[in-house]
Ligand binder design. Structure first.
Ligand code: EPU
Length: 329
């Protein structure tokens, strides 16, 4: 968002073995540690971060093993997620080009290590569906560990890494996914299906899905290199069955699993394209806030409240912020 104060210390982690030393440094100074990848989904508060930021610069992508139907790919956590996706759709095993499982995660900003933290997902895939295991440095137990996907309590934008005691405890060093030879099958996520239908596309190779998702994202979501934004600023709202029935009766769209798209709520509260305190509600996807001229986190906080209040007043639903926050107000 290009807002907020500075960090007291920043350490770049280039090899796994740098980690023990970095955490030791923080311990000696009695400061907390926070790990960032690309930083695209983290908002800094105005008071800055009185601690040590570890910036993930671990690189490398490897094929671990394969059998007839699957292949396991491992990426060091500082790789860009989009580079990992690109590798997976171009991988040739002697028979087939491209393996399926993460192609719909194309063009999500940020690093591989961030993917399990909030179980990134888009266009019908999330990392939980293909994640096999992660390797971590455990700050509490002062050791490296392998953790299976089933141990990570992965849910909608959630894992042990961003909830409860797990926050701040682990540095993810690598991520291993299990990808398939068989391709994604229709029906696809609404906007992806519409893209294929309009172009009469019937072969859904990982490369074709990657191209489609990339085009859809480019048309809807601001490129964070160009515009200061954190992608979806709000989470979709999930309703229980009773609430879903009441919402449908009011013509609010409720998708499978009780999902109400927060973009719909914000648009139908009349906020699309509007600006508050220098923050603009994107005119393409109302769930995205873009920093046009906000000077501080305080401006963003006021804009966020304006959106939350307007949606609550109109629909009685409370939006929650999607990006993480760091630092003192
Ligand atoms: N919609 C509107 N107005 C808008 C935007 C959306 O009415 O301005 C409605 C439309 O009905 C649309 C529906 O919302 O059909 C869903 O919109 P979209 O397909 O854009 O997906 P989303 O549910 O709003 C989620 C993720 C995105 C991810 C897309 C695609 C969240 C908070 N967001 O958005 O993730 O790319 O699905 O799968 O879960 C991110 O996390 O930063 C992010 C961009």
């Amino acid at each position: 968002m290009r807002l907020g104060g500075a960090a007291r210390f920043v350490i770049e982690i280039e090899e796994d073995k740098d980690l023990a030393e970095a955490y030791h440094f923080a311990d000696e100074k009695k400061l907390p540690v926070y790990v960032i990848g690309g930083g695209s989904n983290i908002i800094g508060r105005d008071g800055g971060y009185n601690g040590v930021i570890l910036v993930n610069k671990l690189h490398g992508i490897y094929v671990i093993d394969s059998d007839e139907d699957t292949i396991r790919l491992c990426a060091k956590s500082g790789e860009l997620l989009d580079d990992f996706v690109d590798y997976s759709v171009k991988l040739f095993d002697g028979e087939q080009f491209g393996f399926s499982g993460i192609e719909a995660l194309s063009k999500i900003p940020g690093t591989v290590g961030a993917a399990p933290v909030q179980n990134v997902g888009a266009y019908g895939q999330d990392i939980a569906q293909t994640l096999h295991h992660v390797c971590v440095y455990d700050y509490k137990d002062n050791c490296f560990k392998k953790m299976m996907a089933s141990e990570l309590n992965l849910g909608y934008r959630r894992s042990i890494f961003n909830t409860g005691d797990g926050v701040g405890r682990y540095f993810i060093t690598s991520v291993t996914v299990e990808l398939h030879k068989h391709w994604m099958k229709p029906p696809f996520y609404n906007s992806l299906q519409a893209y294929f239908d309009e172009r009469n596309i019937t072969e859904f190779s990982p490369a074709v899905v990657r191209e489609a998702v990339s085009a859809i994202r480019a048309s809807k979501l601001p490129d964070p290199k160009e515009y200061a934004s954190s992608g979806s600023f709000f989470k979709n709202v999930y309703l229980n069955e009773e609430e879903a029935e009441a919402a449908r009766a009011k013509d609010i769209p409720v998708w499978d699993g009780g999902k109400v798209p927060c973009g719909w709520l914000i648009e139908h509260a009349g906020l699309k394209g509007k600006e508050f305190y220098g923050m603009r509600v994107s005119d393409k996807a109302a769930l995205v806030l873009i920093n046009e001229s906000a000077k501080s986190y305080a401006d963003l906080a006021k804009a966020r409240q304006a959106v939350i209040d307007a949606v609550y007043e109109k629909f009685g639903m409370t939006l929650e912020q999607e990006p993480m926050e760091l630092g003192d107000e």
